[in-house]
Each structure stands twice: as structure tokens, then as C-alpha cells.
Design a protein around this ligand. Structure first.
Ligand code: ATP
Length: 584
């Protein structure tokens, strides 16, 4: 219901001892106020009603005389921090607890409108609840929601039909007493979703999702979702889809056939956090056009994955996706890679010449990864190819027309590079038509369980293991960790854990040291030092890394240990321990 200060009327009329009797009388005769507060230095001292004015006239007070101390002390005050629920008398004058200054009033009118609003809110929430309930029961999917102890809190009609137990009977029971072979208790322990799993129920194979509900770093419950009534239903869908694709394939006449590889869809880019959902929404729109896309984001966030999904689902999908890592190719070879060369163009040139990447991407997409590492001279040539839509092989005379979509990616701040003259402004604007920023994993930690679940399935398949689970404490450390290497790092950590732990359960003690560093040190490592320093530091042994950070911070604060400890997020005692350990 809220506090008094949220509801009180602050526009109240006040009287002072200097008000003339006729003015006080007029205000009260107006009828809006039954009584008015009389204040002195902002503090309430009395209340005055119309009877007090009449009594003053009868007592001989002149019409133009100041009212002075008429009225009574018969009033109630309350503090503005009181809860509305505690009110049972009106009017109430609201004063500030410390200064006693009059702030407002709660009249019968306010109280009535408060009650009306509360009733309306209640009715609205009841209506919303009814809608939720209706959707819940109308859904084709069976839905069961449990709390953190595995007790069923919500259960819908569909699930009830499948297990042969009424909703009323199921709610309040442990889930394993209601759903046979359920793994929801395991999901509550691991905190990792299990999607598209086959589940045998009442002698029939069903497809289910089991999803943990995470809140403030804790698993507070789980949702069990029965999505298909039988595995055969999926087979039907797949058969239909296969037939459709075949039809499409037959009707398209392509001159430039792509190399067969698995197509990437946006659904394969795992993540449901608002940050990644928004990015996927923009990318889906980008796929509908041929305009250049400039993808930015830290290393390992999934820039190439997005580029592939845009190509594979977009209008250029019938052509090739040609990927060029500009940082990995030596500068002197980059141009021949991109533009190709003719026979005899230089010593060592291949017989018959060679097609460049732009030619290969004709009717498809060229993905220029790490474009920030491209030399300025090559940038100028790229700009020409984009503008002219034709490419000239090295040593060649004839321009070759090319039609391609360009997607560039970088983990550098191109705008800053443009300002410093390290990247061509004209090329930047040519590429910056559809900018797409991929957020780092630390800004979408909500996606961690889903990514883990996806990777665990892949690893189980690769290593031929049926099941391997992760301790909830491990998950919590994963949530706390800063993930400087983003998704690539997460996938690598999982693979390492998978390969190195022989048991079926990954425990906290299996984790590498970096997961136990203080968050401040992690943050410092990721944000404050330049990328190349961070990369070098990561290759060093973890302790060496910590030593480097401490040294750096100490230098920055000119040896002030208290300040250094504060910046590192550790106590002074811990800092002293570390200093003696590292002999600093
Ligand atoms: N949302 C995601 N779901 C599943 N896997 C992902 C996701 N994003 C990235 N990956 C995987 O993480 C790894 C790194 O992704 P990718 O190479 O696309 O990142 P990048 O940003 O292009 O990295 P770099 O800057 O180093 O080139 C790949 O193995 C990729 O398949």
C-alpha cells in the first residue's frame, strides 16, 4: 500500500497567527477544508475550524484582527514514513520526525482514493492471475513448477492428463512422487538446464525441457516442460522440413555453389538474456538486407558465429561464406589473399594465378575478421573494391566484377583508431552501416547455465559419456567469475574439466586457480590494462599474474599500501601476506 509520504496531500492551506479573522473565516466557509492547521515557523501548533472563528467573533474579535492563537490543540500528527495500513483516523497532519515541520495532510478524501486504488490494483492483479492460469492450463505443453526443495507449486491440466493425477493432488507433493523418472531434483542440484531430453512417461517417450530458476545467484526452483507428446511428432516435423528444403534446393539455380557445411542459425547462438536477445533481434533484421555489418565485441564473444548466422539465414545464403582473419595473415600476403593474382605476378606465384577471397565471395559474404589489424594501404584498396564492386588481381589488367556482402568484425575501438589516424575514416563509415555490438559474457551471466548445458551435451557426445554433472558451487563460482576470454574461455574451461576429471561430477576443487581470485583483481585484469598486456599476463602462471597486478597497483598509488589494498579489494593484512610471498 505504501507510505504516508507517497499519498499525503501537500497542497494544503495553512493559517498563521497573522492571518486576519475574515480571511480564515472565508477559507473555511469555502467548504474545501473542515479545519485548517495553524503554523508558526513551519511547525503546527493548533487547528482552526469554522466554529472557532464564530466563537472568536462572539468573543469580540474584530473582523480585520489577526487570529493569533484561536482554535484548539485537538489534532493528531503522524510521521511521513508511516505505512498507510496503520491509518485509522482522519484528518492526520503529517510532520517531519526531526524538525516537526508540517509537510502535508491525509484527509478522508485521500484515504478514500487510497482504498479505491488498492481495490483496483487487487482486481487487476486478480484478472492477470486469471489470465496466467488460463494460459497455463490451455498450453499444449505440460508444465510443472517446483520450489527449491522440489515441491510442486504449479501444475497444469496437460501434465495432469499425462501423469493421471489431478492438479489439486499434485500441488504440494515432491515432484518425484508425481512425475516418474523425473530429473528435476538433479536440475535443482546442478542449476544447469536440460533441454530437449527424451523422457519415458507412462510407457511413452516424450521430449522434455528441465530448466532451473536462478535468482540472485541461487537456484530457487525449476520448471519441467513436456514439449512433445511423442518423439514421433518430431520425426514428422523433420520429415516435413526435409521435404521442403529439397523442394527449395531443386528450384534454385546457382552458378556459385557453396561448400557444403552445416548452416548456422540464430537458435544455435545460445543465450536468452535481454542483452543477447536484443543483439539477435538486430542481427536477424540485418540478415534481411545486403548492407555492410560491423560487428564489435571482445575476443571470444561470438562475433564469427553471428556473422555466419547472418549469412546463413540472410539473402546471400546461397553463396559462399568466406572468412579472412586479417590479423593472422602477414601484411605482405594479405593483398594477394584478398584480391588474388595472375600467373607470373611475382616469384612463387602459382601457375594459372589464384582467385582472391573477394572473388570467392561473389554472390556470397566476405567476413573480414579483426579488421582493426589491417594495414592502412590495404584498407584503401578494400574501400575501392566496396565502392566499385570490382576487383583487380595483382598483376592483372582487367577488373573483375564482384557482388558480395561484407561483414567486418573487430575487438578494437575503431572510432578511436580513426581519431588517431590508424584506421581510414572513409572505410569506417562504409562499414559502419549496420553496427552490431556483442556484449561480453560478464554482462549476460544469465546465459551461463544454458551455454554449459549446450557444451556438456557436445562433450558427452565427443567423449562418449552418457552423463557428467557440475556441482552447484562450481556454478556459483562461474557466476562470480569475470570471464575475460568470454564464451571461448567458458567452453575451454568446461572441456578441460571434462577431460581432467574422471568422476561423473565436477567439483569446486577441480577448478583452476583463477576462479578463486578476488573479483577486484579480475576486474582490474580485464578492464584497466591494455589488451596485449592482458593477453601476455594470461599466459603467465596465475601467481605471476597476481604479482604483476599488485606491483602495478602499488606503482600507481606510489607505494601506499592501504590505497593499493582498497583498489585490489583485499584487506591490508592479505596484501602484506601477498607482498611477503612474492618478495615485493
Ligand atoms: N552464444 C553462443 N552459443 C554457443 N557457442 C558460442 C556462442 N558464442 C560463441 N560461441 C562459441 O565460442 C567460440 C568463440 O566464438 P567466435 O569465434 O564466434 O568468437 P569471436 O568473437 O569471433 O572471437 P575472436 O574475436 O577471437 O575472433 C566458438 O567456439 C563459438 O562456437
Amino acid at each position: 500500500m505504501g507510505l504516508v509520504k507517497e499519498w499525503m496531500d501537500v497542497s494544503l492551506q495553512m493559517l498563521t497567527t497573522k492571518h486576519k479573522l475574515k480571511d480564515a473565516f472565508r477559507l473555511l466557509a469555502d467548504g474545501e477544508w473542515v479545519e485548517l492547521p495553524l503554523v508558526e515557523d513551519g511547525k503546527m501548533i493548533r487547528v482552526v475550524n469554522i466554529k472557532d472563528c464564530l466563537a472568536a467573533i462572539e468573543g469580540g474579535m474584530d473582523w480585520d484582527e489577526p487570529i493569533g492563537l484561536i482554535g484548539s490543540v485537538n489534532f493528531l500528527t503522524i510521521n511521513e514514513g508511516f505505512s498507510i495500513k496503520e491509518l485509522n483516523h482522519c484528518p492526520l497532519y503529517v510532520v517531519c520526525e526531526e524538525t516537526k515541520v508540517l509537510k502535508g495532510v491525509i484527509t478522508q478524501k485521500e484515504l478514500l482514493s487510497i482504498y479505491q486504488t488498492v481495490v483496483q490494483q487487487h482486481e487487476k492483479s486478480q484478472e492477470t492471475n486469471e489470465w496466467y492460469q488460463l494460459c497455463f492450463d490451455t498450453a499444449y505443453e505440460g508444465l510443472a513448477i517446483v520450489d527449491e526443495t522440489g515441491i510442486i507449486k504449479l501444475f497444469n491440466e496437460t501434465y495432469s492428463r499425462y501423469v493421471g493425477m489431478s492438479k489439486e493432488e499434485a500441488i504440494g507433493r515432491p515432484v518425484e512422487q508425481v512425475i516418474e523418472n523425473t530429473r528435476i531434483p538433479i536440475v535443482l542440484t546442478t542449476g544447469i538446464p536440460e533441454r530437449n531430453q527424451i523422457h519415458r512417461l507412462q510407457g511413452q517417450e516424450m521430449v522434455v525441457h528441465r530448466m532451473p530458476i536462478w535468482k540472485n545467484g541461487q537456484v530457487v526452483g525449476a520448471v519441467g516442460m513436456l514439449i512433445y507428446e511423442g518423439v514421433s511428432e518430431i520425426q514428422q516435423i523433420m520429415t516435413k522440413k526435409g521435404a521442403l528444403e529439397q523442394q527449395k534446393g531443386d528450384s534454385s539455380h546457382q552458378s556459385n555453389k557453396p561448400i557444403a557445411r552445416k548452416r548456422m542459425s540464430f537458435e544455435e547462438i545460445l543465450g536468452e538474456s535481454p542483452a543477447i536477445s536484443q543483439t539477435k533481434k538486430i542481427a536477424r533484421k540485418a540478415a534481411l538486407s545486403k548492407a555492410p555489418v560491423l560487428i564489435s565485441g571482445e575476443s571470444g564473444v561470438g562475433k564469427e558465429q553471428f556473422a555466419r548466422a547472418i549469412h546463413d539465414t540472410g539473402i546471400m545464403r546461397n553463396g559462399r561464406f568466406v572468412s579472412v582473419n586479417c590479423a593472422a595473415i602477414p601484411d605482405n600476403l594479405l593483398e594477394s589473399e584478398l584480391f588474388g593474382y595472375t600467373e607470373g605476378a611475382f616469384t612463387g606465384a602459382q601457375k594459372g594465378g589464384k582467385q582472391g577471397k573477394f572473388e570467392l565471395a561473389h554472390k556470397g559474404t566476405i567476413f573480414l575478421d579483426e579488421i582493426g589489424d589491417m594495414p592502412l594501404s590495404t584498407q584503401a584498396k578494400i574501400l575501392r573494391v566496396i565502392q566499385e564492386k570490382e576487383v583487380e588481381r595483382i598483376g592483372g589488367m582487367e577488373p573483375i566484377p564482384v557482388d558480395f556482402r561484407i561483414i567486418a568484425a573487430t575487438n578494437k575501438n575503431l572510432e578511436q583508431m580513426v581519431r588517431k589516424g590508424e584506421f581510414r575514416k572513409d572505410l569506417y563509415y562504409r562499414l559502419h552501416v549496420l553496427p552490431l555490438h556483442i556484449p561480453p559474457l560478464r554482462e549476460r551471466k544469465k546465459d551461463i547455465p544454458l551455454l554449459i548445458s549446450g557444451q556438456l551435451s557436445i562433450l558427452c557426445e565427443t567423449y562418449g559419456i552418457t552423463q557428467k554433472t557440475i556441482d552447484k558451487d562450481v556454478m556459483q563460482l562461474f557466476f562470480r567469475y569475470h570471464w575475460p576470454g568470454n564464451i571461448r574461455e567458458l567452453l575451454n574451461v568446461l572441456e578441460r574439466l571434462f577431460a581432467l576429471t574422471s568422476e561423473s561430477h565436477v567439483k569446486v576443487s577441480d577448478l583452476p586457480k583463477e576462479f578463486f581470485q578476488t573479483e577486484k583483481i579480475q576486474a582490474y585484469m580485464t578492464n584497466s590494462s591494455p589488451l596485449h598486456e592482458r593477453r601476455e599476463a594470461r599466459q603467465l602462471d596465475q601467481e605471476e599474474e597476481e604479482k604483476t597486478v599488485i606491483e602495478k597497483v602499488l606503482k600507481e598509488v606510489r607505494g601506499n599500501k592501504s590505497e593499493a589494498a582498497k583498489r585490489l579489494g583485499i584487506t591490508r593484512a592479505t596484501l602484506y601476506n601477498k607482498l611477503s610471498r612474492y618478495q615485493l
